[in-house]
Design a protein around this ligand. Structure first.
Ligand SMILES: Cc1ncc(COP(=O)(O)O)c(C=O)c1O
Length: 402
């Protein structure tokens, strides 16, 4: 009997039968949704864990399920302590607010960073820090040389000293090599600069074989990691770090309304996400992420075989295709997706593990979409059509045509 049916029969109440949006894992709403790995949906084993979780107050620090998750993530990353937070944004914000204590202060990060572009200006509002962005000279990840060009070490009264370097890993699905993270970290420590990692998808970097969670986390004072993206939990992220900084982060979390009472109902599912999707060791041993990475490469090859170019290399679970080169607008691409029953957004295809579980149904649909794109292109080239549309201003990558 499924966990859902079990729950319904135990309570004796009539419940709606499972449909899209219920506890049916890859058969649910995220199964053919390639817009993002946030679309993964929770599984029956998560529901079973929620039914078995402790139900004590976590603001009072009495909830065993939550404390256990925090301890486990700290151990997986080699840190002293962990703090459950409601989202990746909350994780980055409480971590940065805890590292940044006294203005004038500034944060250095990649110009594509989530903390700079997609957190509603939270760093400025919560910390008063100046955020300075750096463009990676290699087009993929920041190097120490890029950082050296922009860091402010000066104590001249006009300057705003760099107090935190924040690195995102993976960024757009691409891995920052461990050796580079180590170089930047050594430089930062030499100059008394704190290091934060937006590791929403650090799980993916570790599973790709680039370095373990412990290896990467050692480069940082704080790391935030999401349970609700590629790992498939419904809610939550964790911040790990030393005892002192996590103690402070707990205060900040409380001050913004993130202290939870019976937190076990969300942390139980997060623990299953770590154990079953990421795996049991710091390299994702026994987990499900690697299969999705292999499928991402297969999808990329299918696109290039159809005549397409890639915008970025495929390191983990994201395939960035060059739609401009294919003379296909994002709107047309998304429309083709809808016609085939799959959800697409712009030129990024995210291959999460539930997509992998539906690969036999997905691959022929993608093949058909890609073929149509290049047939359209052929017609456009022959008719020398394809008037380019000019975009004015900056647009969020999350905005769709729907
Ligand atoms: C790299 C990165 N960091 C942080 C976040 C924020 O996570 P959340 O949406 O849970 O706030 C996201 C969300 O997609 C992300 O991609």
């Amino acid at each position: 009997m499924s966990a859902t049916a079990n729950a319904a029969s135990e309570s004796g109440s009539a419940r709606p039968s499972p449909g899209p949006g219920s506890w049916i894992g890859s058969a649910g709403a995220g199964g053919l949704d390639l817009r993002s790995d946030v679309m993964t949906t929770p599984t029956p084993s998560m529901l079973a864990a929620i039914q078995a979780c402790s139900l004590y107050d976590d603001v009072f620090r009495e909830d065993a399920t939550t404390a256990d998750l925090e301890r486990h993530c700290a151990a997986l990353t080699g840190k002293e302590a962990g703090l459950f937070v409601l989202s990746g944004t909350m994780g980055n914000q409480v971590a940065l607010r805890s590292l940044l204590t006294q203005p004038p202060h500034s944060v250095l990060c990649d110009h594509r960073s989530h903390i700079f572009n997609y957190e509603a200006g939270g760093v400025a509002a919560m910390t008063g820090a100046l955020v300075k962005t750096v463009v990676p000279s290699n087009g993929m990840y920041l190097t120490l040389e890029d950082i050296r060009d922009k860091v402010v070490l000066d104590d001249d009264v006009h300057s705003c000293p760099t107090r935190v370097i924040s690195l995102e890993n993976t960024l757009d699905g691409m891995v920052m090599p461990l050796a580079e993270a180590r170089r930047i970290s050594a430089f930062a420590r030499e100059h008394g600069i704190k290091m934060h990692c937006d590791g929403a998808r650090l799980w993916e970097a570790a599973a790709s074989g680039a370095g373990s969670l412990v290896d990467y986390a050692a480069c940082f004072d704080t790391v935030s990691m999401c349970f609700s993206k590629g790992l498939g939990a419904p809610i939550g992220s964790i911040v790990v770090g030393g005892n002192e900084v996590i103690k402070h982060a707990r205060w900040i979390r409380k001050s913004i309304g993130g202290g939870l009472r019976q937190a076990g109902v969300v942390t139980a599912a997060a623990r299953i996400a770590v154990d079953e999707t990421f795996g049991t060791g710091p390299n994702g041993e026994g987990g499900l992420l690697r299969t999705a990475h292999a499928l991402a490469k297969e999808v990329a090859e299918m696109w290039t075989a159809a005549g397409g170019k890639l915008a970025y290399p495929v390191h983990t679970n994201m395939v960035w295709i060059d739609l401009d080169d294919a003379r296909c607008s994002p709107e047309r691409f998304e429309e083709l997706g809808r016609e085939h029953g799959i959800k697409l957004m712009g030129n990024r295809l995210v291959i999460h593990y539930q997509i992998y579980q539906n690969r036999t149904s997905l691959l022929p649909k993608l093949q058909s979409i890609f073929t149509t794109v290049f047939e359209d292109k052929k017609r456009a080239v022959e008719g020398s059509a394809g008037a380019s549309q000019q975009r004015v201003g900056e647009a969020s990558m999350y905005r769709t045509s729907q």
